[in-house]
Design a protein around this ligand. Structure first.
Ligand code: GAR
Length: 201
């Protein structure tokens, strides 16, 4: 039997990417815990409906980002986490956390990075007038949305697209490439060489 990597999925909102990860039942990955910074997030219900433990750590209960992260580290310490997946986690991590899980944190972002990092990326892309946008799964480094790219998917922007339906098209691609990237990581198929991520078959 293939050994499984314990995965911690970090969420803040609706959790459709978490849902995609749960639904794809990756043989090499075990979603051991879901961490959520927002007590009202729909993502919590999604995790609980699959009996996945949820650790809610409310950012508002902590004075600094680092104290918040230290609490997260305490909460996930019992799960032997081998991979952290940021699936719509709307907090920027400090070097403290990033170094603790060096090269073991991945993020999904709704643009073709390095274009449109940060927030409101779909609106930024629309307003800029690009003809193609998409999504990116990347390793997380200290600079926001700038780590080595694992997978990308392009989405053409149609003339009549508004933010909402463009986001829907991007989501459909996210739900495909995030599980694929997690699978590749957990199967040991990703090699980091400088900024480049090599994928073995
Ligand atoms: C996703 O579109 C993800 O790319 C984005 O948040 C959304 C979460 O949706 N992440 C970021 O913007 C991070 N900078 P979900 O909660 O339905 O998975």
């Amino acid at each position: 039997m293939m050994s499984k990597t314990n995965v911690a999925v970090f969420v803040s909102g609706s959790g459709t990417n978490l849902q995609a990860l749960m639904d794809s039942s990756i043989e090499s990955a075990n979603i051991a815990v879901v961490v959520c910074d927002n007590p009202g997030a729909v993502a919590i219900k999604r995790a609980r409906s699959r009996y996945i433990p949820v650790e809610v750590v409310n950012r508002e209960d902590f004075e600094s980002r680092e104290e918040f992260e230290r609490q997260i580290v305490v909460r996930i310490s019992r799960y032997d986490v081998g991979l952290v997946v940021l699936a719509g986690f709307m907090r920027i991590l400090t070097p403290y956390f990033i170094n603790l899980f060096k090269d073991r944190i991945i993020n999904i972002h709704p643009s073709l990075l390095p274009s449109f990092p940060g927030t409101n990326s779909v609106r930024q892309a629309l307003n800029y007038g690009v003809k193609q946008t998409g999504c990116t799964v990347h390793f997380v480094g200290e600079e926001v949305d700038a780590g080595p790219i694992i997978l990308q998917a392009a989405v053409p922007v149609a003339q009549e697209d508004a933010e909402e339906n463009l986001l829907e098209k991007i989501h459909a691609q996210e739900h495909r490439i995030l599980p694929e990237a997690v699978k590749l990581f957990c199967e040991g198929k990703l090699t980091l060489i400088g900024r480049r991520v090599l994928i073995s078959s």
